[in-house]
Design a protein around this ligand. Structure first.
Ligand SMILES: O=C(O)CCC(=O)C(=O)O
Ligand SMILES: [Fe+2]
Length: 311
């Protein structure tokens, strides 16, 4: 059920008011405790107008509502990840997610594969560019805040993304599924540094594994759901948690979500921030680059990627 504006959902899932972070020590401390406990929160006060978020959702829904032959114009080629399609099968015995996706690289701009970007709705490209630009600015600010909350130089994490960080977007469409055994997305942690997710304004489905149980992330239409990814866990030497999450299938209602993944430049090595390694907290992860590729290979081989890069 949608949560009313202003109503507190903190007991289930924390909410952070981004507009207070530069002035309120309390809100900053809340960030610190959220990062180390569950690694996920709903960001409000982020400055992106609700009407624009509705427009973004509208574009996503319009795309998925197009006739199949129109969507097939953006179809993902075999052995590719970018484009439109259902769950990509890359591993033997893979449990298939009940979900259709449109996956695109948005930044760096010169890496866009525009032949896979929908021409319908006609303002798709313009809205996606504007939304991704705004979200990037929120993510950059949050990366600085996260560093500050851990008493680090504010560029500690952001500088590890390099001058050409990657931003990918995934539009997800979950059809209704009467079977209780089916999941929209199976349990996973994200291979990103940070993920920002725009939920369907009405239908819940995202769950985060917290305190030994699955907690449903309530719908707050004006909020952005922020999930830390594995690369933040590495850069923070385990101080920040990359949460395990999944999406349940809804028996009666379809659901749309839009996910933006922000990743360090794959050519650049990342490692735990030096200030977070000390006698009490030895270095947990090795220096590495292109974690997304490591993660993908581990998924194919049934391994947990974060464990394979642990010292
Ligand atoms: O649809 C959602 O709410 C989450 C999807 C997700 O976790 C992902 O695409 O990585
Ligand atoms: Fe995810």
């Amino acid at each position: 059920m949608a949560t009313k504006e202003g109503e507190s959902t903190d007991s289930i899932y924390p909410t952070i008011d981004v507009s207070l972070l530069s002035s309120s020590e309390n809100e900053l401390q809340k960030v610190k405790s959220v990062l180390s406990s569950c690694g996920c929160f709903q960001a409000v006060g982020h400055g992106i107008p609700s009407e624009f978020l509705d427009k973004v959702r509208g574009v996503a829904k319009e795309f998925f509502a197009l006739p199949d032959e129109e969507k097939q114009k953006c179809v993902r080629a075999a052995n590719e990840v970018e484009g439109y399609g259902d769950d990509l099968i890359v591993a033997e015995k893979q449990v298939i997610d009940c979900c259709y996706r449109l996956f695109l690289r948005v930044f760096p701009v010169d890496q866009r594969r525009l032949n896979l970007w929908p021409e319908n709705p006609t303002d798709f490209g313009e809205i996606l560019h504007e939304y991704a630009t705004k979200v990037k600015s929120v993510m950059d600010d949050l990366s600085k805040v996260m560093a500050r909350s851990l008493n680090l130089d504010e560029d500690s994490f952001l500088s590890q993304y390099g001058a050409r960080p990657i931003m990918q977007v995934r539009f997800n469409f979950y059809p209704p599924s009467p079977s209780a055994d089916v999941l929209g997305v199976k349990p996973h942690s994200d291979r990103s540094g940070i993920t920002v997710l725009l939920q369907d304004e009405e239908v819940e489905g995202l769950q985060v594994f917290k305190d030994g149980a699955w907690a449903t992330v309530p719908v707050i239409p004006q909020a952005l759901v922020v999930n830390l990814g594995d690369q933040m866990q590495i850069m923070s030497n385990g101080m920040c948690k990359s949460p395990m999450h999944r999406v349940t299938a809804n028996a009666r209602r379809k659901r749309t979500s839009l996910v933006i993944f922000y990743l360090p430049d794959p050519e650049i090595e990342i490692e735990p921030a030096r200030e977070l390694v000390n006698g009490e907290k030895p270095r947990l992860y090795r220096k590495l680059k292109n974690y997304a590729a490591i993660n993908f290979e581990c998924f194919q081989n049934g391994k947990v990627a974060l464990e394979t890069v642990r010292l």
